[in-house]
Design a protein around this ligand. Structure first.
Ligand SMILES: O=C(CO)[C@H](O)[C@H](O)COP(=O)(O)O
Length: 210
């Protein structure tokens, strides 16, 4: 059993709200993707928070500095999870963990571009990270990479933290990711690129929840 998260990666404010409206009943978590939150800001979070009280919302800040200061307005506006880069300074990562704890929410550490993923996972888990993000980014996917080997490595550590997996996951790979130890399965392009995004989201969630 894993939760599902839909990555809203468009820049368009109204288009993002419209897509979220289609997909929200079929996923557990709505993700405001990094380009989307940079383009639209906290106002979009406020709109989604008000419209979708039954979904958790992750804001993919990918914070690199000033962790507490950057993340606090998003937790204040209703984010359940904010992300911070694993390659950031440990002080930055601890800042996001601290502000998440202040609001009773969660901090996710994204392992994108981290060289020693096992060592970083142990370090940030010890620092109190709530979720580890195993993540093959869009540019890395374009170069042929996948998150499956990294997921196996992180899951084998058995640290008791939640594990989120993102990077081209689709219905055909959801069972593999679920069974490999993911507790949150992220899908972006597989849903927003589908002819019927709601049906695609429902299909992925049915597999993830099994
Ligand atoms: O965070 C991201 C890019 O940095 C994406 O939102 C994440 O990779 C999910 O999208 P997809 O399923 O299309 O890979």
């Amino acid at each position: 059993m894993a939760l599902t998260q839909m990555a809203l990666d468009s820049l368009d404010f109204d288009g993002t709200v419209a897509l979220a409206t289609l997909v929200a009943p079929h996923v557990d978590i709505l993700e405001i993707g990094t380009p989307c939150i940079k383009h639209n800001g906290v106002k979009l979070l406020e709109v989604l928070r008000a419209k979708f009280p039954n979904n958790k919302i992750l804001v993919d800040l990918k914070t690199m500095d000033a962790g507490f200061y950057e993340a606090e307005p998003f937790y204040k506006a209703g984010a359940d999870i904010c992300t911070v880069l694993g390659c950031a300074d440990i002080g930055t990562i601890k800042g996001v963990i601290d502000v998440a704890n202040k609001y009773g929410k969660k901090a996710q550490v994204d392992l994108i571009n981290v060289a020693d993923k096992a060592a970083k996972t142990k370090e940030v888990a010890a620092a109190g990270a709530h979720i580890i993000g195993v993540h093959t980014g869009l540019d890395q996917q374009a170069a042929g990479q996948t998150p499956f080997t990294d997921l196996a490595l992180v899951a084998a550590l058995n640290l008791g933290v939640e594990i989120s997996v993102a990077g081209g996951v689709k219905a055909a790979t959801t069972a593999q990711v679920r069974d490999a130890g993911a507790t949150i399965i992220v899908a972006g392009a597989a849903i927003y690129g589908a002819a019927d995004p709601a049906a695609s989201a429902a299909e992925i969630t049915a597999i993830a929840h099994a």
